[in-house]
Design a protein around this ligand. Structure first.
Ligand SMILES: Cc1cc2nc3c(=O)[nH]c(=O)nc-3n(C[C@H](O)[C@H](O)[C@H](O)COP(=O)(O)O)c2cc1C
Length: 178
């Protein structure tokens, strides 16, 4: 699969087969995702792979809205994406480098998440990035270390659906030359 085919055929997958995912596969996806660009190569993104059903059920039940809970309940694994605070977007003295302040942190997490999802796609796995969840609840449940913050959740598994691509804007709408 070439890069543009991988990019264009990746879909948000919300239904999965129950099959377990080998840890070696997740290791290799994270290894590929480690090549994502990051602010001054700070590499702040971290991944916690949750496959314990009772923990997944607690996340679904207590810390996500129904539409995301339904995804988590039938995914074999949930990747909890966190980042190390206070490095990306900052100078050594703790001041912000640019007007965007600490927003570069989530920018880097986003680049890492997309790379993760594309690497998963190449391995035959489906993913969906989820941004709606109770951040404090999940951080407490998983004992996310002090100094790290939750960025996103990614459900992952072997796809049991083949959705159409939602409509994309035209190049004319997206691009201008000056
Ligand atoms: C930052 C972000 C947050 C998202 N949050 C959710 C979510 O909470 N639940 C969900 O089902 N999909 C979520 N999505 C998936 C989008 O709905 C999806 O990417 C979009 O509709 C385009 O579809 P595609 O990924 O199949 O191309 C999110 C995507 C991104 C990038």
């Amino acid at each position: 699969m070439n890069a543009s085919e991988c990019i264009k055929t990746r879909r948000s997958i919300r239904r999965y087969k129950p099959d377990r995912i080998e840890h070696s596969l997740i290791d290799s996806i994270v290894s590929t995702a480690s090549y994502s660009p990051s602010w001054k190569n700070t590499q702040i993104t971290r991944y916690t792979a949750v496959e314990d059903r009772s923990v997944l059920e607690e996340i679904a039940e207590k810390f996500t809205p129904d539409y995301n809970a339904a995804i988590i309940r039938q995914a074999p694994m949930l990747i909890v994406v966190t980042f190390i605070r206070g490095r990306c977007g900052y100078e050594r003295d703790g001041s912000f480098t640019t007007k965007k302040g600490d927003r570069w942190q989530m920018f880097d997490v986003g680049a890492a998440c997309q790379t993760f999802c594309l690497a998963a796609k190449e391995k035959g796995l489906g993913t969906v990035i989820m941004g709606v969840f109770d951040e404090d609840g999940i951080s407490g449940l998983l004992h996310i270390p002090e100094g790290q913050e939750l960025g996103a959740l990614i459900a992952i598994g072997y796809p049991d659906a083949d959705p159409e691509a939602p409509k994309r804007k035209s190049v004319e709408e997206l691009l201008s030359y000056r």
